[in-house]
Design a protein around this ligand. Structure first.
Ligand SMILES: Nc1ncnc2c1ncn2[C@@H]1O[C@H](COP(=O)(O)OP(=O)(O)OP(=O)(O)O)[C@@H](O)[C@H]1O
Ligand SMILES: [Mg+2]
Length: 504
């Protein structure tokens, strides 16, 4: 970064003061100040719906703030911000859907905006190609410039989006939950890229609900709660539990919840299940009222196993039994009919109908059950169910009739859970149930999982976060290379021992 005047480093990259935003009477943001220094990694932290994404959208010109705001980029005051003004001031965003072109090559994606002429100089495609290559190299990423984007994993597409920001000289990059759909090793490499950006003087504003990650990468953390600024804190010396307190205004203790349920009747039994290239010879049992945690690293085959148990793929060999009866699942419809519910890990394709009402999304799978014989849905029944789940999962919503798209990411996640829990299943398969969900709500979701287990539901909980299964499962299975490698009783091992077994 060029510091052309003495003391320039003291000028914030962005300085926004008195930021407020009201949506239909709700204060999404209430007089918030936010400042990021050049070359700083600054995390925005807070529970679902506290206003993080809204703040990002205001600074990048997507939303207009309420009157009274003061805004400056690199010391220059601006009266209003549009996406173009933000871009011209060196502000870039890596949106969660990345806004890339799947059919185009890596090079074309990186150069796209520059080619469109957002920059005042004339550039040739050849020189852009060379610069793209140079940028990828400084990021330490080896990505084929000619590869079609849709052939790359999400993690590499993110790098392409970052490179695109850099080629148009971004000085500050917003990343809103970039790691939500990444594995641990992909996350580690993204954090490496963030460090390289900071070392080059580029500021990064980073949002994540994984507090370990936040404290690892951040220089400073701005904490929001209910749309208000709690404070700005140095990451150094901050602990996860202190940060949690600041975010929630409450304290949480972690205790192992495990009980021995192996004496209860077997509900879901898997025996010698294999699917070529995905998992091999997997045997496991989930008992009535039991929460079995399934953890492991990238490529362990956990999610693939989950897909097969939900009838989305067919195993080559082996058996799946429900209450002693062999199941031959040909589709997920079969699985639902058998009383198997499945919450997928992929948040962006959760199967929520975005423009439809929150209430409609929750009752979608149970429509036939709450319909009257005439085929009409009883409005009282529907309202009752919806009310119940909104309260049960503390979903922060305006009206049940509002579109799902108006909810914050984490609250959408809760609607998905509600939707499945409302089917009253016998077996619940949860793949990474808390991805993108804040720490307070995680506790809420685990409390619900516990209550469901106590009511007799058999639960298979897949997660790559070892502490999550350690504290919340009755038994933990470790999967690696497509096979079950070990079984652990959380009451008999420490978290450190389990982590050592999984991370090797
Ligand atoms: N377009 C919109 N219309 C109406 N309300 C909205 C809109 N966008 C956000 N909100 C509301 O503003 C509040 C803040 O939402 P925001 O998306 O900023 O939360 P967040 O901190 O990013 O949460 P998460 O961690 O769940 O992503 C929420 O109550 C949300 O419902
Ligand atoms: Mg958000």
């Amino acid at each position: 970064m060029a510091l052309d005047t003495p003391g320039a480093a003291l000028t914030p990259a962005i300085s926004f003061r008195h930021v407020s935003k009201v949506f239909g009477g709700v204060h999404a943001l209430d007089d918030v100040d936010f400042e990021v220094m050049p070359g700083e990694v600054h995390c925005l932290a807070g529970e679902n719906g506290c206003g993080k994404s809204t703040l990002i959208k205001i600074i990048t010109g997507v939303y207009t703030p309420e009157l009274g705001v003061e805004m400056a980029f690199f010391g220059r005051r601006v009266a209003s911000v549009t996406p173009n003004i933000a871009r011209q001031n060196g502000i870039a965003v890596i949106w969660q859907d990345l806004a890339l072109f799947p059919e185009m090559s890596v090079a074309e994606n990186i150069a796209f905006e520059t080619l469109l002429g957002n920059l005042p100089r004339l550039v040739s495609y050849r020189s852009l190609r060379a610069r793209s290559a140079a940028i990828l190299e400084t990021l330490g990423e080896d990505i084929d410039l000619d590869a079609r984007l849709n052939t790359l994993p999400i993690a590499q597409r993110q790098i392409v989006a970052i490179a695109r920001a850099l080629i148009s000289d971004a000085k500050l990059i917003f990343m809103d939950e970039p790691t939500a759909s990444l594995t641990q090793s992909e996350t580690d490499s993204l954090l490496g890229v963030v460090r390289k950006l900071a070392a080059r003087g580029v500021s990064v504003v980073f949002v994540s609900h994984r507090l370990a990650e936040v404290l690892d990468i951040a220089d400073r953390v701005t904490v929001l709660r209910d749309g208000k600024l709690v404070g700005v804190f140095e990451a150094e010396g901050m602990t996860q539990s202190r940060l949690t307190e600041l975010m929630t205004g409450k304290t949480f203790g972690a205790e192992v919840a495990a009980r021995d349920m192996t004496g209860a009747p077997a509900v879901l039994e898997v025996e010698g299940l294999s699917r070529h290239g995905e998992f091999e010879d997997v045997s496991l049992t989930v008992h009535k009222g039991e929460v079995v945690g399934l953890t492991g690293l990238i490529g362990a085959g956990r999610s693939e196993l989950g897909h097969a148990l939900f009838g989305m793929t067919r195993p080559d060999t082996g058996a799946i039994r429900l209450l002693g009866r062999a199941l031959h699942l040909r589709s997920n419809r079969d699985a639902v009919a058998e009383g198997i519910a499945y919450v997928s890990e992929d948040r962006l394709s959760l199967g929520l109908v975005q423009p439809q009402a929150i209430a409609d999304n929750i009752v979608l799978p149970i429509l036939s059950r709450i319909s009257r014989r005439t085929g009409l849905i009883s409005p009282t029944e529907k309202a009752g169910r919806v009310e119940h789940w909104l309260r049960e999962l503390s979903i922060k919503a305006g009206q049940p009739g509002d579109p799902v798209s108006t909810l914050s990411g984490g609250n959408q996640q809760r609607v998905v859970l509600a939707k499945w829990l409302a089917t009253n299943p016998r077996v619940l398969i949860l793949d990474s149930p808390t991805v993108g969900v804040d720490v307070g709500a995680r506790a809420g979701i685990f409390r619900i999982i516990r209550v469901l287990a106590e009511k007799g539901l058999a639960i298979l909980m897949i997660s790559d976060e070892v502490p999550e299964v350690y504290f919340n499962a009755d038994r933990v299975l470790h999967m690696a290379g497509g096979r079950i490698r070990g079984e652990y009783d959380p009451r008999k091992v420490t978290l450190k021992e389990l982590e050592a077994a999984v991370y090797g």
